[in-house]
Design a protein around this ligand. Structure first.
Ligand SMILES: [Zn+2]
Length: 303
């Protein structure tokens, strides 16, 4: 599973009046399931009446996000061609803590999966949408990723490279987003800083006649939102880029709302270094920048 799941051309969910609250919450990274107000049992998939007592008094409640892997399967030949770039990947039956079973994408390699293993909700961007998925939870027997936080007692085997990092050691799967609107002043500020006075940023007529069809901001303005994300949000203060591999897929114009996103993919235990997935999208949801980066978080916490 090395493909960027977010770039997959997978079909989206069919949203109905009944399932709309589920999908709405999913888009916010939350998992809602129904709960029967007559018999108290949890219900999933969404239904108009309770399968346990036939009451129609079903209310939406936030699930704990914890569960267990009841069974799983490694998909080599997806049922829809849109999933091909992600194959092989793991699909599992997740027994939610509340009781019901849910079919879900599992964010882990086959080797990290075992029946009975504790799982935790890991909302994942797939095909341009944030969808519920699950991953092995911290401390689970066969997980490969040690998931403890920087402030818990350490094993003696490896030294904790995250001591003194202001926000502590991030978790694999953690993500952060940030949005801002580009302005003409961004172009000016970037030129002031770098001397980049490309006509594409300044000559409206030339820019409009170009393949871009509009004045565009410098790539540094677009990627700059990722600097803010890593330094402010995740992994947080003290973070610098060691290496970036970015594709600028679509130009960003002036007065466009852009949203940057970073997600932790790998965390080194011995050094405050992470591999992260990065993207910047425009208001329409099109990817403008995509790629990965390696970041180093300088320990800055005062003793
Ligand atoms: Zn009931």
């Amino acid at each position: 599973m090395s493909a960027d799941l977010d770039l997959l051309k997978t079909p989206g969910p069919t949203v109905t009046a009944l399932t709309a609250p589920f999908w709405q919450a999913a888009a916010e990274g939350r998992l809602l399931i129904q709960s029967c107000e007559a018999c108290g049992k949890a219900v999933f998939y969404p239904r108009p009446i309770c399968p346990h007592c036939w009451s129609d008094r079903l209310a939406w409640r936030e699930a704990s996000g914890r569960g267990r892997l009841k069974s799983f399967s490694v998909v080599h030949k997806p049922g829809h061609p849109g999933w091909l770039p992600a194959a092989p990947y793991v699909v599992g039956l997740v027994e939610l803590e509340e009781g019901p079973t849910m079919l879900s994408f599992i964010v882990a390699d086959e080797a990290a999966c075992a029946v009975g293993q504790p799982l935790v909700l890991a909302p994942t961007r797939i095909g341009g949408r944030l969808l519920p998925a699950f991953k092995p939870s911290a401390g689970a027997g066969s997980t490969r990723q040690p998931n403890h936080r920087g402030n818990t007692p350490m094993s003696t085997e490896t030294k904790d490279g995250w001591i003194g990092v202001i926000k502590g050691r991030p978790q694999v799967g953690a993500f952060a987003e940030r949005s801002r609107r580009t302005r003409l002043e961004d172009i000016e500020a970037f030129t002031e800083m770098t001397g980049d006075r490309n006509p594409l940023h300044y000559d409206k007529a030339l820019a409009e006649a170009s393949v871009f069809g509009k004045l565009i901001v410098q790539g540094g303005v677009t990627s700059g939102i990722l600097n803010a994300l890593v330094a402010e949000d995740l992994p947080g203060p003290g973070t610098v880029f060691l290496e970036v591999g970015w594709k600028f897929v679509k130009a960003v114009g002036v007065d466009e709302m852009i949203t940057g996103r970073v997600e932790i993919k790998e965390v080194r235990p011995d050094k405050p270094i992470c591999k992260i997935e990065t993207s910047v999208r425009n208001e329409a949801g099109d990817i403008c920048l995509t790629g990965t980066a390696t970041v180093f978080t300088v320990p800055l916490a005062r003793a």
